[in-house]
Design a protein around this ligand. Structure first.
Ligand code: F3S
Length: 665
């Protein structure tokens, strides 16, 4: 048994050139950017990143910086924007690709262009974007026929056919023959790159002689996948992205190669030479071990009997072998190499692969696609998690429990929370955000919510409600509030609304009322003269009624009580100055100190009879008065002007006058 590397394996001329240009630019500028990954190989892209060659997805991400256009080429418009916005544009598009751009650009606007290839591949996008005429991407002859039958292309139109450079050359020749036969108006350009054709040809010739082929390259590289397909037609073929992935898979497959057999190795156009070398060395080492150890070989054969047969829908235990940005490679005890793409690992659009799994982890997964032609099986972890998550969420709904999760995404009509790897949709009306509010502000926030709907139909729809969880929490807080509230309890509150008779203050679960008279010790015209909405104020509970859900509060600070000051500084018999602050039918109130007014009863104003107080006193007038009575319990003070002029009469009148009210209100 021996290994053999196919001729023309690995980097093609165009990729080598692009990497060289990028490395030279990085050396010159220290840091350069590539529009998209320079090559379809994750390990190589990571290496380039370390060298200061960073991939961006849009020109706007590297304005004012040097930009490299990669070997796939770009649409003319993108190149124009790049030249306008970047400090320098280094065109590393492969010259073979540029040749196709020239063909496309040379066609008049009235012509039609057919590009054989994958319409989403950047090279095809670039070719179509260099044509001034209408361009169509087709992958098979039926699609070309449809263009003519539907009238998109008329027999009289000037029509050209080109192909993606990595298009299978034999298929291209087959197409060309059919197109030529049926549509004489069409001009066909053979633009399949000879490097691709040569690589495919040498892979095919090696696969015809080999018993096992190892195809090395990125799983997202179309030319590498194509190589695996070609090799798979002739012998058992394994598709790996690195030597690390070979491990058990390779050992399993080696046992099927007879003693004189060949194990072939080939690689895609974007596979670095180092990766091919590592695979080659590992293969050689395993072959030696296998040849030397008959017993191990027998035990492997035995082990083979127990290898899993994989089929779509099968649940398996998978051991993570390696992780990259795009996928996790897993071992599932089967002959295929298992892999789980990032989007099949989790429902969380923000999570990275390495945040979810690490090498050595054993996870539950389900097989979603088996491709024996390339020896791979695609699996999904999120679908298993989602099924388990659905069961858990069903139980959460039944129990009415409140659960917690982070808002991962804002979608049309609501937000998505990922819980137990299951997407929970929270409609906008259940987010607690007021109508017209911005849902975007919720993204990334941890929230508590209830499950209000779990349906296994409609792909396992789960609906949650933050609003319901908030409401329940508020109810619980209110119940606790009424259980623990006491007169004299202090709160820090926020003014919610202002009425003529007082202000409502948010003290947590409920709003309490501070009557105008309880806002301050001083006289108040309107509450809005004292506070405004949003003010934070200290309040104390005066009284409460749990039945009517009412709490009466006071914002007066006992430490500022003017009656304490009055008692300390004044007493009955003192002659003082006071200022008239209001006039009523029965007398005038005069302020002694701020917060303490005394009543000058109508009978205590003068020795003469006073018919109308307004003819004797005016608001704002300062008068000399005598304190003739102090009722400390009721906080009332009686004053007299008359006592200063006729003390004896005043005393007699004092004995007869009715009790003064607390205030004129
Ligand atoms: Fe160029 Fe051919 Fe490579 S077109 S990029 S040399 S595969």
């Amino acid at each position: 048994m021996r290994t053999e590397i196919a001729e023309n394996a690995g980097f093609c001329f165009g990729v080598k050139r692009a990497i060289q240009l990028a490395e030279e630019a990085a050396e010159k500028y220290g840091e350069v950017f590539t529009l998209g990954e320079l090559i379809h190989n994750e390990a190589a892209v990571a290496e380039l990143d370390k060298k200061g060659i960073h991939a961006v997805s849009d020109v706007s991400q590297c304005r004012g910086k040097p930009l490299i256009l990669r070997s796939h080429g770009v649409p003319a418009k993108v190149e124009q924007i790049a030249r306008e916005q970047c400090s320098e544009v280094i065109d590393a598009a492969c010259p073979f690709v540029k040749k196709i751009h020239k063909i496309a650009a040379s066609l008049p606007e009235s012509a039609k262009l057919i590009v054989l290839g994958n319409k989403e591949h950047p090279e095809v996008v670039g070719i179509m974007g260099n044509a001034r005429c209408k361009a169509f991407a087709c992958r098979d002859f039926a699609e070309i026929e449809y263009l003519f039958e539907s009238g998109e292309i008329a027999e009289s139109d000037q029509t050209a056919v080109v192909s993606q450079t990595t298009f299978d050359h034999s298929r291209f020749l087959d197409f060309s023959e059919k197109v030529r036969e049926k549509y004489r108006c069409v001009k066909i350009y053979d633009t399949v790159c000879s490097a691709t054709a040569e690589r495919q040809e040498s892979a095919k010739s090696l696969a015809q002689r080999a018993e096992l082929m190892i195809v090395v390259g990125g799983r997202n590289s179309s030319n590498t996948r194509k190589l695996a397909e070609i090799c798979g037609e002739y012998c058992k073929t394994v598709f790996v992205s690195s030597a690390e992935e070979l491990s058990l898979q390779m050992i399993k497959d080696l046992r099927s190669v007879n003693a004189a057999g060949i194990v072939g190795i080939t690689a895609g156009a974007s596979t670095p030479a180092d990766t091919i070398k590592e695979v080659h060395e590992k293969m050689n080492k395993e072959i030696i071990t296998t040849n030397e150890n008959e017993e191990d070989f027998a035990s492997l054969l035995e082990q083979d009997q127990s290898f899993n047969r994989l089929y779509t829908g099968k649940r398996v235990k998978a051991t993570v072998v390696s992780v990259s940005k795009k996928e996790a490679v897993v071992e599932v005890g089967a002959k295929q190499t298992g892999y789980i793409l990032r989007d099949e690992l989790t429902n969380d659009p923000n999570a990275e692969v390495e945040d979810i799994v690490k090498p050595g982890d054993v996870i539950d997964a389900v097989v979603i696609k088996v491709d024996d032609s390339v020896g791979t099986a695609q699996l999904s972890k999120k679908r298993v998690d989602a099924a388990l998550g659905l069961e858990k969420l069903e139980a959460v709904k039944e129990s009415g429990e409140t659960i917690e999760g982070t808002i991962a995404q804002v979608v049309k009509g609501g937000v998505i929370v990922i819980y137990e790897n299951t997407r929970v949709f929270i409609p906008a009306s259940h987010t607690g955000v007021p109508r017209g509010g911005k849902l975007d502000d919720l993204k990334g926030k941890a929230v508590k919510f209830k499950i209000i709907e779990v349906s296994s139909e409609r792909g396992g729809r789960v609906v949650g409600s933050i609003r319901q969880a908030n409401r329940e929490q508020r109810d619980a807080e209110r119940a606790k509030f009424w259980e623990t509230i006491e007169v004299g309890q202090k709160f820090e509150g926020e003014v919610r609304s202002i009425e003529n008779y007082g202000v409502f203050v948010d003290i947590g679960p409920i709003d309490g009322l501070v009557h105008t008279a309880d806002l301050t010790w001083n006289r108040v015209g309107h509450p809005k003269d004292i506070v405004k909405i949003g003010d934070k104020i200290s309040v104390v509970v005066k009284s409460f009624d749990p039945e009517k859900k009412r709490v009466s509060l006071s914002a007066k600070d006992p430490g500022d009580n003017p009656w304490t000051k009055f008692s300390a500084d004044y007493q009955k018999g003192d002659v003082i100055k006071a200022t008239v602050v209001s006039i009523t039918e029965f007398g005038a109130f005069a302020q002694i100190i701020p917060g303490v007014d005394g009543l000058i009863h109508i009978s205590q104003i003068s020795t003469e009879r006073v018919a109308d107080i307004n003819t004797v006193l005016k608001v704002g007038q300062e008068v000399d008065v005598k304190i003739i009575d102090v009722d400390e319990e009721k906080n009332r003070v009686s004053l007299s002007i008359r006592a200063l002029t006729a003390p004896a009469e005043a005393e007699a009148a004092e004995a007869e006058e009715p009790a003064a009210p607390d205030s004129e209100e």
